[in-house]
Design a binder for this molecule. Structure first.
Ligand code: PEP
Length: 258
């Protein structure tokens, strides 16, 4: 069965509640009736409520950008999975490279967050990706294998099938340097091969793998037309309703050309 396209916007630390609401209000008519892709927006925590309210009744789903693994307690500044579920959140991004780079995220903490999110019923977008130095020293596959093994440790095949993997080469995030469709496809085929080794070929075929890293309206079609690219995790181009809607439409076109 064909994997459904999933396009998710990672707003990072952008958009106040009022700005987030305005963006969703503008996006809604632009994507109304779109059923060929799952559309997700991931605002900052304090913007979630306004965005969830604005997205109600539409085809726009809402995700958070992080989650803590404990249910409650003395973890100043953290948010639990149950809190996100109560707020109406459906998805959560885990292990983004900015969290790995600036906030000490490791494969072990990614794994704890993934387990807690799944246990609470959240849909996980788990990010993996190599640095430029790792790519240039031919370590890409080994780095991705380790991130997948660590992040998915102890996750059952049934749960793994519901996880979305976001392949985000660190050198392409926010830099304007997109991996070419061929490079992204080659790498994502390698990710799928690793998933097949961890689970089975059937399970790997069901897992959606997004590409992320300077994906825009004008390169989305070529990227998503590739066999192992099932959508995108989008930073900059998700901050304007028009560019995000155009990217979604082009990504769907790419998927339809497979
Ligand atoms: C991201 O941060 O997930 C991302 C892909 O950012 P950008 O699209 O801006 O490169």
């Amino acid at each position: 069965m064909a994997r459904k396209v999933i396009i998710a916007g990672n707003w990072k630390m952008n958009k106040t509640a009022a700005e987030g609401k305005a963006l969703v209000e503008e996006l809604k008519p632009l994507v109304a009736g779109v059923t060929a892709a799952d559309i997700v927006v991931c605002p900052p925590f304090t913007t979630l409520g306004a965005v969830i309210e604005a997205a109600k009744g539409s085809n726009i789903k809402v995700g958070a950008q992080n989650v803590h693994w404990e249910k409650s307690g003395a973890f100043t500044g953290e948010i639990s999975a149950d809190m996100l579920v109560e707020a109406g959140v459906e998805y959560v991004i885990i292990g983004h490279s900015e969290r790995r780079q600036y906030f000490g995220e490791t494969d072990e903490t990614v794994n704890k967050r993934v387990k807690a999110a799944i246990a609470a019923g959240l849909k996980v977008i788990m990010c993996v990706g190599e640095t430029l130095e790792e790519r240039e020293s031919n370590k890409t596959q080994a780095v991705l294998d380790a991130q997948l093994e660590g992040g998915l440790a102890g996750i059952s095949a049934a749960d793994a099938e519901g996880i979305v993997i976001a392949y985000e080469p660190v050198w392409a995030i926010g830099t304007g340097k997109t991996a070419t469709p061929d490079v992204a496809e080659e790498t994502q085929a390698g990710i799928r091969a690793k998933l097949a080794a961890l689970y089975s070929k059937e399970v790997a075929e069901n897992i959606r793998i997004q590409y992320g890293g300077s994906m825009k309206a004008d390169n989305a079609e070529a990227l998503v037309s590739k066999k192992d690219i099932d959508g995108g995790l989008i930073g900059g181009a998700a901050l304007k309703a028009g560019s995000f809607a155009e990217l979604i439409a082009n990504g769907i076109k790419g998927a339809q050309s497979k």
